[in-house]
Design a protein around this ligand. Structure first.
Ligand code: COA
Length: 156
């Protein structure tokens, strides 16, 4: 199975909404609750960092996306912030999430960032385990959100 990761085109954003809403079924607490909020969120992610909004295609079909910002400011330094990553349920466990994340890491390294970071809902135990598998460590908490970070430098 060949996975192609590329930048999203702005006109594709509305088409990603069903994928986003479906990915958060059962995790509604941590996602946007209406389609209107969902599309607003996707547009904000793209507006914030068009180059950091990546899609994964299999046979010409978009089956996952990741939105990151390689210029995000966190505690007086710039980091690669991973804002969102979702893969269609029927395509999970095939390396698509990893392919998206590796492209984001490349973008962060190319920009000279030393750390990738993200927030994940404490109840999203599967995503937390997945991030740990990809080298992230839990480094803090804000209410029900957990901060996870991973160094970008050096061989992995
Ligand atoms: C989290 C998510 C993006 C993972 O995508 P994916 O395409 O299934 O992940 P991959 O297949 O690339 O997994 C990469 C590796 O992690 C492993 N893995 C997959 N799910 C895992 C889990 N829940 N816990 C631990 N490891 C996991 C895979 O076996 C694979 O290991 P390998 O490289 O040694 O073979 C996907 O499950 C998803 O869309 N979840 C719902 C949305 C969500 O919670 N997003 C995060 C919001 S903060």
């Amino acid at each position: 199975m060949e996975v192609r990761v590329r930048r999203v085109r702005a006109e594709e954003l509305p088409g990603l909404l069903p994928l986003y809403m479906r990915a958060y079924q059962g995790l509604e607490r941590y996602g946007e609750s209406t389609e209107e909020e969902g599309i607003g969120y996707l547009r904000w992610l793209h507006y914030n960092s068009p180059e950091g909004f990546l899609v994964a295609e299999v046979s010409g079909r978009v089956v996952g996306f990741l939105a990151c910002d390689p210029d995000w400011r966190a505690r007086q330094r710039k980091v690669l912030e991973i804002h969102e990553v979702v893969v269609a349920p029927e395509f999970r466990g095939r390396g698509i999430g990893r392919a998206l994340m590796e492209e984001a890491f490349r973008l962060g390294r190319a920009r000279g960032r030393e750390v990738a970071s993200l927030w994940v809902g404490e109840g999203n135990v599967q995503a937390r385990a997945w991030y740990r598998k990809l080298g992230f460590k839990e480094e803090g908490r804000w209410g029900e959100w957990i901060r996870m970070c991973r160094p970008l430098a050096g061989p992995r």
